[in-house]
Design a protein around this ligand. Structure first.
Ligand code: DGJ
Length: 722
């Protein structure tokens, strides 16, 4: 396994677990894709190229028989006769936009070099393919990283100006992946505030299907993820190619089907409102795309994403560490709290097993609602007399650690920061800025603004005993403009926003290595792999209704592990949907990730307290399954009345099945077919006081016997009997 180059036929073989990726340098010197799929031998794969005859298509230079139309490019160029979407668009110094990138050499590295200023998967044997245009000396380095234990290839491109003149790029995608058929279904994760990452299928078509955002954030609307799946693909069988961008700003993923029944997937930084200037010797690094191949359906594809993110992306300091079990005051009080109230809340949960008290929005400046104070990261003394210390001391006295909310990228018009530095807010001089949630955004492309954020946030963190930070982000970028760039470079803004964000994350998150940071974006509007690099867990959605959460968590699990999905039990009727599910249902769904309670615990009855205590005790027993297990999606709430997740330990000795039924029905006979167990092992099921073979459990199934109500759960555990 690894990366091999056959100098004779100029084939590159990239091999990881179960997967081969093969391309060659063809006679013209172009990188030509030959195969991506199940692991195969290191054969001569020249026969995979299709020879295009006839005069209707544009022939390649000096090639009578081969047409651009038929060749499957590793990178697509414009102006050559390849009329498909190009991977890059270059403005040459001479005024033309032509580019033909020829192979000039390659390197094979045992360890992938880090991308400057952007998160990426760590490690991995890496091929760098050096390509250059012979005339303009514009160049591109194509990076391919293989992870031998995972069916994953990571790709990105570095665009380089090797000339003595200036270039601009109108498009600079991270990868192009040819598809050898065009009847795929395209799975993407779409949504909105409160309903993030719902599964959406579109047919691949002749022409372009694209998903993107133009918001300088990865967004609740469309996650930077797409999968091409065969028409017959299910959870357990069929082909699925999943692609996820490690990127948090405006991105695009495009799938183009062509008339000959083939296609391409490409993407990276959105080329909408994009232009990048490259002076002689400069280069542009693009975000990494994580590409997973599965021949065993969506389930295996998802498990590969989960594994690679846990092992190569999420901070190793936290990835397998027990996560805080929090009480968060947001839905319990919103902005309406004071020191006394917080102390009462802390007392109310003493002894229940909750280990972290999180003080959410409203503790700083003069913030009593969402109209003021963002950017003023000093304590609101009138609301919290004695400062944070009094609250933190009370939290400690009640046996918990303390967590605090920030929204570092924002600024309120009504703030000391805005009065002193109105220019810190993103906007075009002379024009009114757009407000969203009554706030503006800070210009992270400016180093002085970034320094302000880092210094003020770090000061609060240093001066107080803080063990957990919730990093929120409640609006998208508008008024894209910065004083830090000259007029002709304003279209670099969206990508520079991402670089600025990663810089402050490096300095605040990695600068405070003992603190766990939770990502949040008005719910789950920035749930992407780049954020996961900094935040081992992300608030999945502001919609905490168990029924809605089954779908949100199911959709999120398509590429994100359950250990990354922060889920809380909240009060009923639910504040978002007004639905009332019972406390056990809410807990069973919220306990499928790093968890907590987000309500006013001073309203708990003694009975509630006993129930919460029992729930947390049970949760703690399953903690390792949340952190590191294989997820099998057993029932799909988008398609049925049920939801079921099965978490199976890596050694298959332990598992937990959470089943949920939406609507009660008198004539129900429901069997659930657990998956992922070892068919030859015996398992004890404590909830049924029964021991069965793995094969029996999986193939004969179990009847959950739900209580005769709507919105109910049943949980089963499976413990190996030796
Ligand atoms: C949006 C978040 O998703 C909520 O959990 C909460 O932190 C609010 N912001 C606070 O303004």
């Amino acid at each position: 396994m690894g990366i091999y180059f056959n100098a004779e036929n100029k084939h590159f073989y990239l091999e990881s677990k179960d997967v081969s990726y093969i391309f060659r340098i063809n006679r013209i010197g172009f990188a030509e894709h030959l195969y991506f799929g199940r692991r195969i031998g290191r054969e001569n794969m020249e026969y995979m190229q299709s020879i295009g005859a006839g005069s209707t298509y544009t022939q390649m230079p000096n090639e009578r028989n081969q047409c651009y139309h038929y060749y499957n490019p590793e990178i697509c160029f414009y102006g050559t006769g390849d009329f498909r979407e190009p991977t890059l668009m270059v403005n040459n110094p001479a005024g033309d936009r032509l580019v033909r990138l020829h192979y000039i050499g390659h390197e094979i590295l045992t360890e992938k070099p880090k991308i400057t200023g952007m998160p990426s998967l760590s490690g991995g044997r890496t091929l760098i393919l050096h390509l250059e245009d012979e005339i303009s000396h514009f160049a591109a380095d194509l990076y391919y990283t293989v992870y031998e234990e995972y069916p994953v290839i990571a790709r990105r491109i570095v665009y380089k100006n090797n000339s003595t003149d200036n270039f601009t790029l109108d498009r600079a995608y991270s990868f192009n992946l040819p598809l050898i058929r065009s009847d795929y279904k395209l799975l993407s994760l779409q949504g909105s505030w409160g309903f993030e990452r719902a599964i959406q299928y579109t047919d691949m078509q002749k022409g372009v299907v694209s998903i993107d955002t133009k918001r300088c954030t990865s967004s609740a609307t469309l996650n930077p993820f797409i999968a091409a799946v065969s028409p017959d693909t299910t959870e357990e069988s069929g082909k699925a190619i999943g692609i996820n961008l490690i990127y948090s700003s405006s991105y695009i993923l495009k799938v183009e089907g062509s008339s000959d029944g083939k296609g391409n997937i490409m993407g990276g930084i959105n080329d909408f409102d994009f232009e990048w200037h490259l002076s002689p010797g400069e280069q542009l690094e693009t975000p990494e795309a994580v590409i997973v191949y599965s021949n065993e359906g969506l389930g295996k594809m998802s498990r590969a994403f989960h594994d690679i993110y846990r092992d190569k992306l999420i901070n190793p300091r936290f990835v397998n560490k027990d996560r805080p079990i929090v009480i968060n005051n947001w839905e319990g009080t919103y902005f309406n709290f004071n020191t006394q109230k917080l102390i009462e809340m802390a007392k109310a949960v003493n002894g229940l097993g909750i280990d972290t008290f999180v003080l959410d929005d409203g503790w700083f400046g003069h913030r009593d609602d969402d109209s003021s104070s963002l950017g003023d990261w000093f304590v609101y003394e009138e609301k919290l007399p004695g400062g944070l210390k009094t609250v933190i001391d009370a939290v400690h006295e009640n046996g918990m650690r303390f967590g605090l909310w920030f929204e570092p990228e924002m600024i309120s018009e009504n703030s000391e920061l805005f009065r002193a530095h109105p220019d810190y807010a993103i906007g075009v001089p002379g024009r009114d800025r757009c407000k969203s949630r009554r706030q503006y955004m800070l210009d992270l492309t400016r180093s002085d603004v970034r320094d302000y954020i880092v210094n003020t946030v770090n000061k609060v963190i240093c001066e107080n005993e803080i063990d957990y930070v919730k990093w929120d982000y409640n609006r998208n970028v508008t008024d894209n403009y910065t004083l830090s760039l000259p007029k002709k470079r304003q279209k670099e803004f969206a990508h520079r926003y991402a670089l600025g964000l990663y810089d402050i994350c490096e300095r605040i998150v990695n600068g405070n290595p003992d603190i766990i940071f939770e990502g949040c974006a008005g719910g789950g509007a920035r749930f992407d792999p780049a954020m996961l690099y900094y935040f081992p867990q992300i608030w999945t959605s502001d919609d905490t209704d168990a029924e809605e959460r089954t779908k949100i968590q199911y959709g999120s699990s398509i590429c994100y592990p359950v250990s990354s999905m922060s889920c809380h039990v909240s009060a009923v009727p639910n504040h978002q949907t007004r639905r009332s599910c019972d406390m056990q249902t809410r807990a069973d769904i919220a306990h499928l990730g790093p968890t907590g309670y987000e309500l006013d615990p001073t309203l708990f009855t003694d009975e509630d307290k006993e129930l919460v205590k029992a729930q947390i005790k049970a949760y703690k027993e399953d903690r390792e399954l949340i952190l590191d297990s294989d997820l099998y999606r057993v029932e799909n709430p988008f398609e049925s009345n049920y939801f079921a997740f099965m978490l199976v330990s890596k050694d298959k000795s332990k598992a937990k099945l959470t089943c949920y039924r939406r609507m009660n029905s008198k004539d129900e006979i429901k069997f659930i077919y657990p998956r992922g167990l070892d068919p030859d092992k015996k398992y004890y099921i404590p909830e049924r006081n029964q021991t069965l073979m793995g094969s029996t459990i999986m193939y004969a199934g179990l009847q959950p016997y739900f209580s005769p109500r709507d919105f109910v759960t049943r949980v089963f555990h499976f413990e190996e009997i030796k």
